[in-house]
Design a protein around this ligand. Structure first.
Ligand code: COA
Length: 148
């Protein structure tokens, strides 16, 4: 498995991962168009490939001064449980360190129980409940991990 920074030419391949991760909140699922928007909005997107196939991605928003936000992370269902998600978060930590950030943060939908278990296993702490975080008016749970 190899992880590299993604560019505009990867939007279609990443969009295909986005529809195939079994995300617990389908209405928030990404597609090629939203991936293109992330790349256009200067997010840092990293792509995991296995034998040339795009199997996972992470999109990071580095705009806040002291933190990086994990905007989105997904691994194709048939490739889950093999350490790809953890490796993508390692890349995010390394990038945050390189940029001098102090914290990696992310917002998680309360329905996304499996993702919350994943983040907790990897050392993220639950920091709060954010009412009305999503455009649908639904709340999010804020997770954070210090950079070291
Ligand atoms: C969440 C997701 C990215 C995890 O990716 P993954 O490649 O399957 O995760 P990994 O194999 O790297 O797992 C890393 C650790 O998290 C744990 N973990 C992963 N999924 C878990 C789950 N559903 N429940 C409990 N623990 C879990 C693993 O056991 C592993 O721990 P270990 O190192 O002690 O064995 C993937 O399941 C996914 O794409 N889910 C759908 C999309 C989604 O929910 N994204 C997050 C939106 S907030």
């Amino acid at each position: 498995m190899n992880i590299r920074e993604a560019g505009h030419a990867d939007a279609l391949a990443i969009g295909r991962i986005a529809g195939k991760s079994g995300y617990a909140v389908p209405e928030l699922e990404h597609d090629e168009e939203s991936i293109r928007k992330m790349l256009h909005d200067s997010m840092l997107v990293f792509l995991a490939e296995e034998n040339g196939e795009a199997v996972g991605y992470i999109a990071l928003d580095p705009k806040a001064p002291e933190k990086i936000e994990v905007h989105s992370i997904e691994v194709k269902k048939e490739h889950q449980g093999k350490g790809i998600g953890a490796a993508l978060l390692d890349v995010a930590m390394a990038k945050a360190l390189e940029l001098g950030k102090k914290e990696l943060v992310l917002f998680c939908h309360p329905r996304s129980k499996e993702a919350m278990a994943f983040y907790t296993t990897l050392g993220f702490e639950r920091k709060g409940f954010v009412p009305g975080h999503y455009s649908s008016g639904e709340p999010a749970i804020l997770f954070s991990k210090g950079i070291n």
